[in-house]
Design a protein. Sequence first.
Length: 363
Amino acid sequence: MPKAMGAVKQTIPAEIGGGMDAAVGSSGTAAKAAAGRKVLPIVEGVVLVAALLAPLVLQDYLTVFATRVIILALFALSFDLVWGYAGIMSFGQALFFGSAGYGVALLARDLDITNIFLVLPAGTLIGLTFALLLGGFLLLGRHPSSVIFVSLGTLTGSYAADRLARGWYYLGGQNGIPSIAPMSLGGYEFSEGPAFYYLVLGILAVVYLLCRFLVRSQFGLALAGLRENEQRIAFFGYKAQHLKAIIFAIGGAIAGLAGSLYAFHEGFVWPNMVGVVVSTQVVLYVLFGGSGTLIGAVIGAVIVEGVSFWLSDNYRDIWPIILGLLLLLVILFRPLGLISFVLGERERVGSFGVKIKETRNAP
């Protein structure tokens, strides 16, 4: 019997669901894990409170900058789902971000459609559609796709979209599409300022909660296992490539939503929005903050953009070098990102299923 239990224990991946060790460990270890699980809600609460109070203490131009940062945080959230939870290294996330931006810009320019209940769903649908097309091509082949193949495929897609946008006169070519009409709700127009800020913050909060529910569901458990050991997940009967395609499409939809908001906030779109530079930028956000946590992507976007803004204002000639060195130091010494200072590995995976209470044998 002990040998049989040992064989069963070896077949269960410790990375997904905490393993049997968490169930049969000492009470001290269980208490420590329970205490660790309280860190994430605290971090999320602190970030939310700080975001709610920011417009009350920031100057007007900083509120505009903060709105842009929150939109980029939503964009980073889409990449964290794809890479941090499913292990898909997408170097083409900007393709969905920028294509949605161009789509809503064309709706506003050619059809005079700026209603928030039309343009935001349209941008989300555009991002979802492009992600389904690209993900279906890269992930749903006869044979499982390698990480390198998907990375280069998404990179190629982003580069091709950039060249297409630059050479297509209908999309404005190198100049993009300027002077986009403001997003509206009835007779009210969302201009830069606190109203737009709280709108974007509310959307980010709702999407974040939906993503948190998703990654703590049974589907999220499968994703965690997919990231850690894809072969074991396939052995358990899951269709790994289908799971990847689903989360890839969801990430594309969120990126499309972010791109729509970014287009109306900035008032114009340009080819860089679909290009490799923005795709690499979102990777840095998640690397810096910490992948596979959701809140790490948000924190990473805020810190990277905030530090960039401060450095560019004070060290105009060398600020990219300083920022690059800071990012390099974080990646070298904290490969799990800044969030790893307060968040343990157990909480990154999460808790699933019913807790098993420790029982003691009667003497």
